[in-house]
Design a protein around this ligand. Structure first.
Ligand SMILES: *Cc1c(COP(=O)(O)O)cnc(C)c1O
Length: 380
């Protein structure tokens, strides 16, 4: 793991604390999840749900996840053999990659890539093959030829994150069809990261890759409670996949963490069954926050890309006369009292993302307003 060092989030959040700057870096909400869900976790602890839960997860959560996949997407999974609870999506992805790719295997991912992917692929001894997402008409997308060219004889897996952090792209059905065709043609397994499945804007529809023809049998889908219900600290996630992949993931996961915290699982099952109207309110409020932040970033002189999902805006810093997002992100707390994340840390080829910084908008309106007021000082 030499070369992976400390994550940028730790560095930037420490800078925010040290300088008192507004932290639009790390993507965690500054308000809580649905009160009845929080209460359900408290009651579970008081009620004695405090010893090891079953390794695969509490049956009630596996059933709630199976109901959610069926109800929302028409996908059916057997809660006993095709659903597995993990310590957040992060462990779901890590256990999947460790189970399904080995030394010398290649794993394709769209870059910028969520920061755990490169590290996880390295832990597996596999090689990450990035496919660039670049802005086309205001939206980050990939070139299908570049995707096809990334596939080689050692390619085993493709990691697909949609809605995508940090690019904000929600892959269209046509884009997903392109990915699915490559998977079918080359017999690849897809691991999909759908943690923002509910947080899409402007009517963009989240389409799980597993719903496409021939894909359910070759897809491991990962999601979690954190983003949907604003409890990123709960670290409770799940995979849904054909039983043979679940068994492979189980073999790894049982020696990573064995099981996932019981009270959170109990409360997550409650939330999936009862709190989706709350999530719809969250989604609407995030759409407004997105627009609020973008208006402010544009007024400050950035070129801001309007995401179709997630919590994040990619901002091009070149119109302000800057070229290196890393240098700007390190100066920004002193210069403007705001923390952002230099997006280049999400790239295998940092030069491709050198001129972007990422701002999070999962914050109170007043916090966003104060941040953009401060950023206006950057205008040359
Ligand atoms: C936040 C995030 C995760 C991590 O989810 P956890 O459930 O907290 O482990 C995974 N993927 C993406 C794209 C994320 O933004």
């Amino acid at each position: 793991m030499q070369g992976f060092g400390t994550t940028i989030f730790a560095e930037m959040s420490a800078l925010a604390t040290a300088t008192g700057a507004i932290n639009l870096g790390q993507g965690f909400p500054d308000s809580d999840g649905p009160p009845a869900m929080l209460e359900t976790a408290v009651e579970a602890i008081r009620g004695g749900l405090n010893q090891y839960p079953p390794g695969p997860g509490l049956p009630e959560l596996r059933e709630a996840v199976a109901e959610q996949r069926r109800g929302r997407y028409g996908l059916s999974y057997d809660p006993a053999t095709e659903v597995y609870v993990t310590v957040g999506a992060t462990e779901g992805i890590a256990a999947s990659v460790l189970a399904l790719a080995g030394p010398g295997d290649e794993v394709i991912a769209f870059e910028p890539t969520y920061d755990s992917y490169a590290a996880t692929v390295a832990l597996a001894g596999a090689v990450l093959r990035p496919v660039l997402l670049r802005p086309v008409e205001g939206r980050f997308t990939f070139d299908p030829d570049e995707l096809r060219a990334a596939v080689g004889p050692r390619t085993r897996l493709i990691l697909v994150n949609s809605p995508h952090n940090p690019a904000g792209t929600v892959f269209t059905r046509a884009e997903l069809e392109t990915i699915a065709a490559v998977c079918r043609e080359h017999d690849l397994i897809a691991v999909t990261d759908e943690v923002y499945e509910y947080l899409t804007f402007d009517g963009a529809e989240h389409v799980p890759l597993a719903t496409l023809e021939g894909m359910r049998e070759r897809t491991v889908t990962v999601s979690s409670v954190g983003k949907t219900f604003s409890v990123t600290g709960w670290k409770t996630g799940w995979i849904t996949a054909p039983a043979r992949y679940v068994r492979a993931v189980q073999t790894v996961k049982q020696f990573l963490t064995y099981a996932t915290g019981g009270p959170w699982q109990h409360a997550t099952a409650y939330a999936l069954r009862n709190e989706l109207p709350w999530v719809e309110d969250l989604r609407k409020s995030l759409e407004g926050k997105r627009d609020r932040l973008i208006t402010g970033l544009e007024a400050a002189g950035f070129t801001a890309y309007r995401p179709q999902g997630t919590y994040f805006v990619q901002a091009d810093i070149r119109p302000l006369g800057f070229t290196d997002g890393m240098a700007l992100a390190r100066e920004l707390p002193a210069k403007a009292g705001v923390v952002a994340i230099p997006t280049q840390v999400f790239y295998q080829r940092p030069e491709a993302g050198a001129h972007f910084v990422r701002f999070a908008f999962c914050k109170q309106d007043e916090v966003i307003d104060e941040a953009v007021r401060r950023l206006a000082a950057l205008r040359p």
